[in-house]
Structure formats: C-alpha cells, structure tokens
Design a protein around this ligand. Structure first.
Ligand SMILES: NC(=O)c1ccc[n+]([C@@H]2O[C@H](COP(=O)([O-])OP(=O)(O)OC[C@H]3O[C@@H](n4cnc5c(N)ncnc54)[C@H](O)[C@@H]3O)[C@@H](O)[C@H]2O)c1
Length: 409
C-alpha cells in the first residue's frame, strides 16, 4: 500500500503528455506515479493512418525501461477504460491518489470533425470518461485534487481582449438598457467538436467542485511543442520516448512544421497564417504541472489556470523555423478549418503557479526549437511526408478522404 496522500495518478499515461509527465514526476520526486490508459490512441492512429516519430514500447515496457535506466521503482501502469465507471471506481479505490491528472482524451480537432462516429467518440471519451472520474473521486476519494486538461482553444471564437482566471462581473447593453451578469465565467466558443467537448468539461468541473466540494483545477492548456524532456532526450533513452505525432490529424502545428523542415518539405501554413495560437514547450508544460500537483486547493474550489508561454500566429511559427534554416520554404494551403484570424493583442491572466516559465521567453523558444530539430533529425528516416497534408475539412461535404469510422471503446 502506498503512503497516504502521495500518489499521483496520470490518466492518459500512454499519451504524449501523460507519459512525459509521469516520467518527469517519477524521476524528479519520490512520489508513486500510477499511469492509467486503455491504449485506444494506438488504435485511432492505425485507423487514421497516423504514425509516430519514434516507435513506442508498450506502457509496461516503458515502465520497465524507466526502472532499468533510473534504478527507481515508483512508477506503475494500470490498463483501465475510463468509459467503464466500475473500472474507474476500482482503480481510484485501489490507490486513493493525492492527485489525479486527467490527460486521457481524444485530443484532435480534425479527428472530431472527420465524421459523425468520430465526433461522438470525442464526446464520449472526453465527457463521459471525465464524468466517471469525477463520480469516482466524489464517492471514494474526496481528498484527491483533480487536475483536468482543458484547452486554451475554448476561447478561440470568443471576441474579447482579455481572458481572466475564474469568475467576473460582466456588463452589457441591450436595446438601450444596461444589464449585468455577476460572477459568471467568460463565455467560451469553439470552432470544432473537440474544443466543444473541452468547454463542456470545464463547466462540468465547475459544477462538480461546487455540488460535491471537490478540489478541482482545470488547466486551459496551450498547444504543446517539443518532443523530449531531459529524461528522454539522449539517444540512449530512446526506449523512454514520448508519443510524437506529426501527421495532419494528431500532430500539432509546431511539431508538424519541424518534421516538414527536417525532410526538406515546405512548411504548410493553412490560410493566410494570421490565426493565432497559445504555445508552450513540452518541458515548460511539465515543469508547470509539477508545481500544479503541489498546489493546495480547498474543497469546493475550482481553479482555472492558463498554461502557456507564447502567443504566435501560424505564419510567425513557420517564420521562426525558417529563420533557423534559410533554405526552408513556406507554402500556403486553403484553410480546411473554420477559424477566426485571432488577435495577437489578446491578454490572458496568469496564475503564479506558471510564473517560473514566463521568463526569457525568446530564449526558451529558441532552445526548444534547437532540441526538437536535433531530435527529429535523428529520426528523420521515420517521417512519412504523405500523412502530413490535411484531408479533413470542417465543411462536412468537402472532407475529401474520410477517415474510417471509429468506435469509442
Ligand atoms: N498536445 C497538445 O498540444 C495539447 C494542447 C492542449 C490540450 N491538450 C490536452 O492534453 C491531453 C493529452 O493530450 P495528448 O496530446 O497527450 O494526447 P494523446 O492522444 O497523446 O494522449 C491521450 C491518451 O489518453 C488515452 N485515452 C483516451 N481515451 C481514453 C479512455 N476512454 N480511457 C483510457 N485512456 C484513454 C489514449 O489512449 C492516449 O494514450 C488531452 O486532454 C488534450 O486535449 C493537449
């Protein structure tokens, strides 16, 4: 039996972020780390024709590799389907973790827009899985702090110049009269089903923290870029590599561009590239989550944290890379998505817990780009250029090549 109140359980422990967090927390602390996953992403990748940059061992194989490389035994793996409420209750009851980090979701906007089945799979995995975890914590382990991965993209279509933390008073005029909303959440508006599921999740977090006196943190996470952290960067740590998707369905923009660059393919900007995104490196994300896991949250408190370092337009991301390698070319494709141009001037309220990663931003960006380029060049032979160009359009009629349909379990 683990010591009371020290275990960190990471849902989505086979994933890009979940595995990286597990590896970092296990190595940098002595807390027991329990990785939980149902391995569905491996199936979705096959069905979507996606590939990973570095072939992944099984989760148990990676846990064994961690023990061998670091000589520590504080990491384990449990195969659990979050859509199975009894299985979720069982694993929560077994460990009664101090902290649960939920990074177990369908994370792709294009996947959610590919067909009706995949939109439904996104909603069931992201909303029902999340609900099952909240029910289990409320029923069995109310001391647990629940940290849920949200997305900064929830505000993508909200026309505002400021994104606050938590509740605020809002005032507006209608037909010549002044009206108010007191202590409300900033309206969130998505442009795809994936982000719509994240909006639902945040509201569910807010509800459950209040009705069940739970300790909940929603992390409105910016787009992550990067392939490694110090624990798995060197070639001898290849057996500890994180999932790194670079295809058009599951690969995020910066990671996709880097892979295009190292194989000499033009960087494919969607539309005019004026649309903006929040960004944070994998290393900085990890550092902030370690601090978040130590944060004291009161029962009934729902804290929302914006986890980001940079805010760049898509064209600017491409240009940052082209500045590193002047032979790199940038091309512009018709935008398959429906996304607003976005305002570079948007201000986002920051919590102290992410302050450590807010310094020397340009140096951080350059350092992460250098690490990514070195790492992806090492595996450039694994990059398949045929899976990087987009085939899924937001307009249902225009989706030229539909993904095979996927069930949610
Ligand atoms: N990667 C990013 O840039 C980014 C940005 C913002 C938010 N996020 C969020 O962070 C989280 C992790 O994203 P990621 O990029 O690591 O994704 P990922 O696909 O690499 O990892 C998700 C993991 O969750 C598992 N999973 C999904 N449904 C499950 C279920 N029902 N039961 C058990 N396991 C299940 C998958 O098998 C997979 O291993 C997601 O919630 C995502 O929305 C990611």
């Amino acid at each position: 039996m683990n010591e009371p109140n020290s275990t960190i359980m990471i849902l989505g422990g086979d994933g890009y972020l979940g595995w990286t967090l597990g590896l970092a927390i296990a190595n940098r602390t002595d807390r027991p780390v329990v990785l939980v996953d149902n391995l569905i992403k491996r199936r979705w990748e096959k069905e979507a024709g996606a590939k990973v940059l570095v072939p992944l061992k099984s989760p148990r194989g990676r846990v064994a590799e961690y023990r061998r490389m670091f000589g520590k035994r504080n990491m384990s793996f449990e195969k659990v389907e979050l859509l199975d409420s009894e299985a979720v209750e069982k694993v929560i009851a077994k460990y009664r973790p101090a902290v649960v980090i939920n990074a177990a979701q369908q994370p792709s906007a294009p996947f959610s827009m590919s067909n009706a089945k995949n939109a439904a799979a996104t909603f069931s995995n992201n909303i029902v899985g999340h609900l099952n975890v909240l029910w289990a914590i409320a029923g069995i382990s109310k001391d647990t702090t629940y940290i849920k991965l949200g997305s900064g993209g929830c505000y993508m279509a909200t026309d505002t110049d400021y994104v606050p933390i938590g509740r605020k008073d809002f005032f507006f005029e209608h037909q010549g009269k002044q009206h108010r909303v007191l202590q409300g959440l900033l309206p969130m508006q998505a442009t795809d089903f994936y982000h719509q599921s994240k909006i639902a999740d945040l509201l569910i977090d807010d509800l459950c923290s209040k009705i069940w006196d739970l300790k909940v943190i929603t992390v409105q996470q910016a787009t992550i870029f990067g392939a490694t952290i110090p624990e798995n960067h060197a070639p001898e740590f290849a057996g500890l590599a994180a999932r790194f998707n670079y295809d058009a369905v599951f690969g995020t923009v910066f990671n996709r561009f880097v892979c295009q660059m190292v194989i000499g393919h033009p960087l494919t900007v969607y539309g005019d590239g004026a649309q903006t995104t929040g960004l944070i490196s994998l290393a900085d994300t990890t550092e902030n989550f370690i601090n978040l896991a130590n944060l004291e949250v009161e029962p009934g408190e729902h804290l929302t944290v914006h986890n980001f370092t940079h805010r760049l337009s898509i064209a600017e991301i491409a240009q940052k890379l082209a500045d590193v390698d002047p032979t790199a070319k940038i091309t512009y494709l018709a935008n398959p998505r429906r996304e607003p141009a976005g305002g570079l001037g948007l201000e986002v309220e920051l919590h102290d817990v992410i302050a450590a990663t807010q310094t020397n931003k340009e140096a951080r960006l350059q350092a992460e780009m250098a690490r990514m380029l070195e790492f992806t060049r090492r595996y450039r032979g694994n990059i398949d250029p045929s899976i990087i160009l987009p085939k899924i359009h937001w307009s249902a009629e225009e989706t030229s090549t539909r993904l095979p349909e996927v069930s949610s379990a």
